[in-house]
Design a protein around this ligand. Structure first.
Ligand SMILES: [Zn+2]
Length: 299
């Protein structure tokens, strides 16, 4: 299982204020949507996509539709603070004014709603590119108006924009007498191997989020969990478009049992006192880091 998140280095200069699951519940911000009833207006926002990169203007914000060359193939992404957002696949990126960014780079520098909408734009464009033909009868699929879906005109097969779900678990155990609790952090066998991250993995079909948390922790470090509690979630576009990360806190059922890394996905697992966490932590814009910081801040 590929680690879905939290193993990518970041400057830590992300949107620290207001970052975290609570921020996405604030009401304003980005709302995903697929409505096509009204055509793009010049003042609407545009998020052109080229490959796995998105365009921003010179000041880092998204351009307006009216600032870009006319085109008829804008796809709806949703709204940002009530303003419609559109995306399109661009084949001549150098022809547009502004600069192109990977989602990781963007997420490290813009506010969380902007990173989320850029991730959805990447997902919408990627979905159309990878779902051009019917997987059952090979006819050409067509967009379903108003929905994030494509349908086959011949056999009726409907393909929905795919979403992968992954869980992350911040596992703690009591420290020695008079010392703070300890947090389990792991290093991965691939990706940025120097980071200390959380145990994580994708949810299987037929599995609950909590079931995936128990299974991944059992597989990767051989521990049994107790008091598994939901923390929050974050749309994540780094492991490919369309990933949702669900974070959990948990304690170990038996604090005397030490973690055994599987050597396939992990190289190291270590308990760190909450007042002496390593410097090499996941980036500030990731739910991995929000979880670690929240656990470390517990009284
Ligand atoms: Zn078909």
């Amino acid at each position: 299982m590929t680690d879905p998140a939290g193993t990518t280095p970041g400057s830590g200069a992300g949107p620290a204020s207001g970052a975290g699951p609570a921020a996405s519940r604030a009401g304003a911000g980005f709302l995903p949507g697929a409505r096509t009833g009204t055509p793009p207006a010049p003042a609407d926002l545009a998020v052109p996509v080229a490959g796995h990169r998105v365009l921003t203007g010179p000041d880092g914000s998204f351009p307006r539709i009216g600032e870009l060359p006319d085109r008829s193939d804008w796809l709806p992404v949703g709204t940002l603070d009530g303003v419609p957002v559109w995306t399109a696949a661009v084949t001549d990126p150098e022809a547009l004014p502004g600069s192109w960014h990977s989602w990781r780079r963007l997420a490290a520098t813009v506010a969380e709603p902007s990173a989320t909408l850029a991730g959805r734009a990447l997902a919408v464009v990627g979905f159309r590119r990878t779902h051009r033909w019917c997987g059952a009868c090979r006819a050409e699929l067509a967009d379903v108006p108003g929905e994030s879906a494509r349908r086959c005109p011949d056999c009726g097969l409907t393909a929905f924009l795919p979403l992968s779900v992954a869980v992350l678990v911040a596992i703690t155990r009591p420290g020695p007498a008079g010392r703070p609790d300890q947090l389990l952090l792991v290093r991965h066998a691939y990706g940025p191997t120097e980071l200390w991250a959380l145990v994580a993995g994708f949810v299987e079909a037929g599995e609950t989020l909590e079931g995936a948390a128990h299974r991944e922790v059992g597989e990767e470090v051989g521990l049994t969990l107790d008091r598994v509690a939901y923390f929050g979630s974050q749309p994540w576009a780094m492991s490919g478009p369309g990933t949702l990360l669900a974070g959990f806190t948990a304690t170990v059922a038996d604090p005397t049992i030490e973690p055994q890394v599987d050597r396939r996905e992990l190289t190291e697992a270590r308990w760190f006192p909450l007042d002496a966490l390593p410097a090499e932590l996941p980036p500030a814009y990731s739910i991995s880091r929000w979880l670690i910081d929240a656990v470390a801040a517990r009284p």
